[in-house]
Design a protein around this ligand. Structure first.
Ligand code: PMP
Length: 295
């Protein structure tokens, strides 16, 4: 990924892709003091850009620093960069981190850096392929208690356990892993939120110690627009035995059906299929959101 054509925006300048480097003594590398976003552009428009940029700013506040570029400036640069790289369907990755002026746990004087990169990412919408559903392992690690880690920030350090869990799952032939929270409740996948369906009702865990994903909220809106009943509540892992359908939501995952989680299996039913279709139509600008999904 370190040598591609084009530019990366870094600290106010567009620099050639291969030259967008950081010093090895960057605080963000040593102590996990970074926050980032994952966004997607469809047909040249970054979906929910402003919401993502606001979350980036908010994540930084949670980690005790202020990004020296405003939400409006970051939005503007993201749009300009996408156009400059000439992509229509793309992934957008802004990241902010504490720099290398001081070395140690404390880094009060370190500059806050910001970079934004975009790369082409076609929306492979192959319904037949995706409708088979993906298989998830049960992760060994759990989402931490909000009293243990700032669990609402999209912070680099929080992804250590996600990478470990995903690598373990992949080594066993699974696509991803389902993480419980520190209390043993169903939480989310390593980079996406989770939903279940039973008797026509949608159930999803209350996001009290993990990201309330932008896609999660969008899909809840789409479900309401369809008139589906949706319940946010505590979900225990044993309940998965009774759920009929399961799907993940996320910027990268979009709406991805799940066929298996550990010992539990699911079918891909109408509700999952309809929400997958609605989400695709929405991001492609082919669905006018009703009241519920317009946020
Ligand atoms: N949980 C985690 C751990 C994630 O990394 C993501 C992706 N950002 C999500 C949930 C879904 O968030 P969003 O829908 O905002 O992409």
């Amino acid at each position: 990924f370190h040598d591609r054509p084009g530019v990366i925006w870094m600290n106010g300048e567009f620099v050639p892709w291969a030259d967008a480097k950081v010093h090895v003594l960057s605080h963000g590398l040593h102590y996990g003091s970074g926050v980032f976003e994952g966004e997607r552009a469809y047909g040249g428009t970054i979906f929910k850009l402003d919401e993502h940029t606001r979350r980036l700013h908010h994540s930084a506040e949670i980690l005790g620093f202020k990004i020296p570029w405003s939400v409006e400036e970051i939005n503007q640069v993201s749009i300009e960069l996408l156009a400059r790289q000439g992509h229509k369907d793309a992934y957008v990755r802004p990241i902010a981190w504490r720099g290398s002026e001081m070395m140690g746990v404390s880094a009060q004087a370190n500059t806050i850096n910001l970079s934004i990169a975009v790369w082409e990412w076609p929306s492979y919408f192959k319904p037949a392929e995706r409708l088979k559903g993906i298989r998830l392992d049960m992760a060994k690690y759990r989402r931490p208690d909000p009293a243990t880690a700032p669990s609402k920030a999209k912070a680099t350090g929080l992804y250590m356990i996600c990478t470990l869990s995903k690598h373990d799952a992949e080594a066993k032939g699974y696509a991803d892993a389902l993480m419980l929270d520190w209390r043993g409740r169903v939480a989310e996948a390593t980079g996406a939120n989770v939903f279940f369906v039973k008797d026509g009702i949608i159930h999803t865990p209350t996001p009290d110690c993990f990201l309330d994903g932008i896609t999660r909220r969008t899909v809840i809106g789409l479900a309401k627009d369809r008139g589906y009943e949706i319940v946010e509540r505590t979900i225990m892992p044993e309940e998965m035995a009774d759920f009929e359908q399961c799907f993940l939501t996320g910027t990268a995952a979009e709406v991805t059906p799940v066929s298996e989680i550990g010992p539990y299996s699911f079918t891909v039913g109408d509700i999952t299929r309809n929400l997958m279709e609605d989400y695709t139509a929405l991001v492609q600008g082919k669905l006018q959101p009703a009241m519920a999904s317009s946020g």
